[in-house]
Write a protein that binds this ligand. Structure first.
Ligand SMILES: [Cu+2]
Length: 497
């Protein structure tokens, strides 16, 4: 029984979100604040039946140590949690009350007491490798295990859930003993926000004659926020990943000026797949730091096209964030929809493992082996799950997503969990009839797709690559749909007779 639960643990972690969000949209729209989340996770039965819920019979290595009689210098309580927003430990009581994966602090020589409560009924534990501490597997909701151990060496240690997949799904935090060394804690690594907001796109072209469209792009190398406590040296167009979405119509002439910031260390250039001409413009735009180049092109074909830096090492520059898309609309424009979004997928190859904190370094070796540590939508680790970045819509609205893959190497199996694409303009061919009723669509590196779908039921939907291991390396975004419940389409419980 336990083994079976163990095996499905990972599956649950990935799929749980679906059942959790879809059935309770009213509680997650808007997404719960930390405080609300805390109340969600507090397991009510514990207070009423403390004795019956405690399971001290689980074998635990730490109980063999004589330290059990020592008074603890610091004690913390953590409650396990799983919901739409992933898996986590939530602090209970004191300064960490309600904090997700709180940083626990102690001084060298302290005796630390950590009480873990299973708040969600999923299989969990809490493990700290350096101190040989583990609660052992906690299977039932309400199970409570206390670890007590002495910390001697100052340093940053990770506490995490060792159930397969759970650490990757978010169940880890820091035990900070003594002063934080530079670059080791979540507070240290601060970078610029590089996430291109998915709603930040030019308006539809509408009725107008062809014209000259002047575009200015600046290559900027920035230390950006990859994740909480984690930064990375991005290469960008205009400071965001992806770069700006460009929008023109057939018949327009595009004058493109590429400048390279004076502070840059590398040359940069641009290759637009909408261009007919050598290098897609790269041959006219190789630009040294502090310089600029201009070239002009006439888009000859309607479509949604990727652009990217084409300066060697090209995959390095692309991976670091130098990609975006240009939409060439037909003369009559695109059919109207209610919401339009711009999302691009990429991979990062870092020396340090996924989830490391501090400033991460690029790994040429991992890139040449196509073994990324991070998969990202719009430039950051789970960046499109943050409240300020989520896609939104109302029940009944038609959503259009311009989706592209910067890559540089990995094909996306783009999917929205809980929705079906009503229309898919495969490979972003906007001049072909769309496919209808598609679940998952293949999008190659340097390729794109335009998908449209009506949202029918309120709740939170997940944008994913259905190569789902990638969700545990940062590749997930939210579409939050508000509006009245639609029990005729979706509800809990049996069908009425
Ligand atoms: Cu570049």
């Amino acid at each position: 029984m336990k083994a079976t639960r163990n095996m499905i643990g990972l599956l649950l972690a990935a799929v749980f979100v679906l059942s959790a969000c879809a059935g309770k949209s009213s509680t997650i729209t808007p997404p719960p604040t930390t405080k609300e989340k805390k109340t969600l996770q507090q397991p009510a039965p514990i207070a009423q039946q403390p004795a019956a819920q405690v399971q001290p019979s689980e074998p635990q290595a730490q109980q063999a140590e004589p330290i059990a009689q020592t008074e603890a210098n610091v004690s913390y309580t953590l409650v396990t949690s799983s919901d739409t927003y992933g898996l986590a430990f939530i602090g209970k009581g004191g300064d960490i009350d309600g904090v997700v994966n709180p940083t626990l602090t102690a001084k060298p020589g302290d005796t630390v007491e950590i009480t873990v409560i299973n708040g969600d009924g999923m299989l969990h534990d809490l493990t700290i490798d350096e101190f040989n501490q583990t609660t052992g597997q906690m299977t039932e909701k309400g199970t409570q295990v206390t670890l007590k151990f002495t910390v001697d060496q100052a340093g940053s240690y990770v506490y995490y859930c060792a159930v397969p997949g759970h650490r990757q799904a978010g169940m880890w935090g820091t035990l900070q003993v003594g002063e934080a060394a530079s670059g080791t804690t979540a507070q240290v690594a601060q970078g610029e926000n590089v996430v291109h907001h998915p709603a930040d796109i030019p308006a539809e072209i509408g009725e107008r004659e062809p014209q000259i469209v002047r575009v200015e792009l600046e290559a900027k190398e920035v230390i950006g926020q990859l994740s909480d406590g984690t930064t990375y040296g991005y290469f960008t167009f205009n400071g965001t990943v992806p770069g700006p979405m460009l929008r023109v119509r057939l018949g327009d002439t595009v004058e493109l000026k590429l400048s390279n910031a004076a502070e840059s260390l590398f040359s940069h250039s641009i290759d637009l797949h909408a261009v007919n001409g050598p290098g897609g413009g790269m041959v006219y735009t190789e630009t040294k730091p502090g310089e600029e180049n201009v070239f002009t092109f006439k888009p000859l074909a309607v479509g949604l096209y990727v652009y990217h830096c084409a300066t060697p090492s090209v995959p390095h520059h692309i991976s670091n964030g130098m990609y975006g898309m240009i939409l060439v609309e037909p003369e009559e424009g695109l059919p109207p929809v209610d919401k339009e979004y711009y999302v691009m997928q990429g991979e990062l190859y870092t020396e340090q493992a996924y989830g490391s904190t501090g400033q991460l370094d690029f790994s040429a070796d991992k890139m040449s082996h196509e073994m990324p540590e991070y998969y990202i939508f719009n430039g950051s680790d789970k960046g499109l799950t943050k409240d300020e970045n989520v896609l939104t819509a109302k029940v009944g609205e038609v959503v259009r997503i311009f989706f592209g893959v910067g890559g540089p190497n990995k094909t996306s199996s783009f999917h929205v969990i809980g929705e079906i694409f009503d229309r898919v303009y495969s490979f972003a061919s906007l001049t072909s009839a769309p496919l209808t009723n598609v679940q998952t669509v293949t999008v190659p590196p340097g390729g794109a797709v335009m998908v449209e779908f009506r949202v029918d039921v309120p709740g939170t939907y997940l944008l994913v690559d259905h190569a789902l291991s990638r969700t545990e390396r940062g590749l997930v975004g939210y579409l939050v749909v508000e509006g009245p419940e639609q029990p005729d389409i979706f509800r809990k419980g049996p069908a009425n007779p």
